[in-house]
Write a protein that binds this ligand. Structure first.
Ligand code: GUN
Ligand code: ZN
Length: 434
């Protein structure tokens, strides 16, 4: 891409703020717009005519006129070793982990398996328009090396970490407090801040970590303030009961993580469904992030995320697929299921808010809003091109559309999936295969 100017023309849609708070002024749509990209960065965005007039004669021009061009989607919680766990029948969380997930994750002892799955996984994210993700690897450091190496090769902005787990898991998947600490530390040294890569300290969840291991995770978080922390919280009733038995001194599930210093503005807690009031308060006070994983919560029968309660308590929220508990890699489908989950609680989710969440909202949750999540000069050129008439049924539905953006976006999330993603750009390069 060096030296080359690329122009991506289309209907440029980007958020500057949260539409829940600032309404219609939160987004900007340029119907005949264009983005100018140089060296993987957006250098200008505006009216197509102005951008094209200023372009050098040898600029590459990708004309997506009529299609929406948005910032690439961000998935705030996903497991790359679970690409062959997705769609496993009939179990709730703890049984599902034992029966399917822990079996599959053992295969990641083999480096060539890690590499092959990392390639498939990134191909699939890009096909779905996802350009950044917070990724759980397995307990094997080689699973992290393989994932980061492949992400680096593709120039993608990714956050990932080695799962730490030293109890209540098969021997082949268990580390120890010291090994989990040493291996994570070495991975942080090797990968964090290298190009577009960031590290997440990843104690899987309180069920599979001893006190000594959680203490080691807390030490890592103290020693590496620039790293993220990711784990699971209050997803399932049996899980919560297990945690209360394992840590009898803890007043709540979140108390376990709080005791070891694992809360904070870079800490992502997957699920957060069955929270006690004091947990909501602690999440808000610590500026931690609650990650909404709707397809997973429905598929594993876990429960309904209460977004309104968390919004009202000023808890930061992100949106994620949680594949392979989640059933789709598509952030569009994830938003659609999120809408339905909220409907079950008498809550709603306007499409503009959902698209904000998939882009700038998740970027803010990750503290990356100055790099990704918006189409603005200086941001990295991660983009998705969306076609709201991608399938016969969508085209048919759009025949009664009267030009309202919110309605079009709602059709896109309700009926759209990878077929609606016409192209994905990562650092200015077109990357959607097939
Ligand atoms: N809790 C601990 N591990 C997992 C996992 O892999 N998936 C989900 N959904 N929940 C978990
Ligand atoms: Zn998960």
């Amino acid at each position: 891409m060096n030296g080359l100017v690329r122009i991506v023309r289309g209907r440029i849609l980007s958020f500057r703020d949260d539409p829940r708070l600032t309404g219609a002024s939160a987004h900007r749509l340029i119907e005949d717009g264009a983005v100018r990209i140089e060296n993987g960065e957006i250098v200008a965005a505006g009216d197509a005519r102005a951008i094209l007039t200023g372009a050098p004669p040898d600029a590459a021009i990708d004309d997506w006129s009529g299609k929406l061009v948005m910032p690439g989607f961000i998935d705030a919680h996903i497991h790359y070793p679970q690409t062959r766990v997705i769609g496993s029948y009939g179990a709730q969380l703890l049984d599902w982990l034992q029966k399917y997930t822990f079996v599959e994750e053992q295969k990641f002892a083999d480096v060539s398996h890690c590499e092959a799955v990392a390639r498939f996984f990134l191909d699939e994210l890009f096909r779905q328009g996802t350009t950044t993700a917070c990724v759980y690897c397995t307990v094997h450091p080689q699973s992290v090396d393989a994932f980061f190496a492949e992400s680096e090769r593709r120039g993608a902005r990714m956050i990932a970490g080695k799962v730490m787990m030293d109890c209540n898991a098969p021997i082949a998947l268990a580390d120890t407090p010291q090994r989990g600490y040493d291996e994570s530390k070495a991975l942080i040294a090797r990968w964090r801040g290298r190009g577009r890569l960031e590290y997440a300290i990843t104690p899987r969840f309180a069920v599979t970590s001893s006190e000594a291991q959680l203490e080691a995770a807390g030490a890592l978080a103290r020693e590496h303030r620039e790293a993220y922390v990711q784990t699971h919280l209050s997803e399932n009733f049996a899980e919560i009961a297990f945690v209360k038995r394992q840590f009898p001194w803890a007043k709540t599930y979140l108390d376990v993580y709080a005791r070891y210093g694992l809360l904070g503005p870079r800490s992502l807690f997957g699920h957060c469904i069955h929270l006690e009031e004091s947990e909501v308060v602690a999440l808000a006070r610590s500026n931690s992030i609650a990650v909404f994983c709707p397809t997973s919560n429905l598929f594993l029968g876990s429960g309904l995320f209460d977004k309104k309660r968390l919004d009202e308590a000023s808890v930061r929220v992100a949106l994620a697929t949680d594949v392979g508990g989640g059933t789709s890699y598509s952030m569009l489908q994830t938003a659609a299921e999120g809408y339905k989950v909220l409907q079950m609680n008498g809550q709603s989710w306007p499409s503009l808010q959902a698209f904000y969440q998939m882009t700038l909202g998740n970027a803010r949750a990750l503290g990356l809003q100055h790099r990704i999540g918006a189409i603005e000069p200086g941001r990295e050129a991660d983009l998705v091109v969306l076609d709201s008439r991608a399938t016969p049924a969508m085209a048919h539905r759009m025949e009664s559309h009267e030009g309202d953006l919110a309605e079009e976006l709602f059709v896109l999330m309700t009926m759209g999936d990878d077929r609606a993603v016409r192209q994905t750009y990562v650092a200015g390069r077109a990357v959607k295969a097939g």
